[in-house]
Design a protein around this ligand. Sequence first.
Ligand SMILES: NC(=O)c1ccc[n+]([C@@H]2O[C@H](COP(=O)([O-])OP(=O)(O)OC[C@H]3O[C@@H](n4cnc5c(N)ncnc54)[C@H](O)[C@@H]3O)[C@@H](O)[C@H]2O)c1
Length: 277
Amino acid sequence: MPLVLGAGDLEIDLPRLAAELTEALRVGAEPGQRVRAAVTPDVTAMVLMPGTAPGIPAYTVKVHAKNPSRSPAITGVICLHDLSGDLLALIDSPGLTAVRTGLGGALGAHLLARPEARTVTVIGAGVQGRAQLEALAALRPVESVCVRDVDPAVAAEFSTWAAGLGIPPGPEGEIVLMATWAREPVLRSVPPGTHVTSLGADEPGKAELGPELLERALVVVDEPSLAHVRADTTIGAVLRGEHPGRACAEEVTVYSPAGLPLQDLVIAWHVYRNALS
Ligand SMILES: NC(=O)c1ccc[n+]([C@@H]2O[C@H](COP(=O)([O-])OP(=O)(O)OC[C@H]3O[C@@H](n4cnc5c(N)ncnc54)[C@H](O)[C@@H]3O)[C@@H](O)[C@H]2O)c1
């Protein structure tokens, strides 16, 4: 019988998952297929498959919907299969997607930001904004967070939640974590040395960063064929040492991932193994 893992059944060891995801991104895998369709003018449905990664004897098929007007905005299911096709588990997707996305964004930030950067700005204080800050705080000390959102009540709620994690409000950060639904750039310039992770430019027509910022930054993506920004290199190339990453303390760096099926597999396999043990 396949396991059915709901939101409350997901046991995650963040440091171990970070190591597993880093290794999968370093080794890489085929980008797989993304099939996207409009359900209504506001809602899209998407299938990401197959999630594969070297060393994991399974694959995923993720079916999810994006509806910016509801919370959580991303809903769906991840099917985990063994390599013969048998179904191992059906896993509720919103929590897993947030952790894999937040961790992926934070890994890019940790890799590319100045090592001593400790202050953060979050733009877009929703599900992925929280997941990114929480994951970054597991990778390096975070001293303060400045929160921006089109909805001031959401920003205030986020600040209270972050204070509960031990991260008080502070000035504009040296690391910017973005996860909005913007279709026009909301950030056009940052001080020298800033790192920006931008999760929102993951589909056609969406944009968070202005061209003037992108033109003078080192821009790193997860998969060039999926990117909606110009790309200098990939996170896999930086992790493998094929690209040096940040060149100097003054450089502005950007990580703009579209999100890969391999991320879904790594986290689905992680929670599946934890559920069996
Ligand atoms: N790249 C990836 O791997 C990946 C994966 C999952 C989600 N995403 C993207 O991340 C984004 C956020 O997803 P979520 O689940 O956190 O949604 P969410 O609705 O939970 O949070 C988004 C927040 O951004 C705010 N916002 C919207 N437009 C804004 C703007 N122009 N300026 C400032 N704030 C704004 C909203 O008020 C909301 O609080 C979406 O664009 C989604 O498609 C990317």
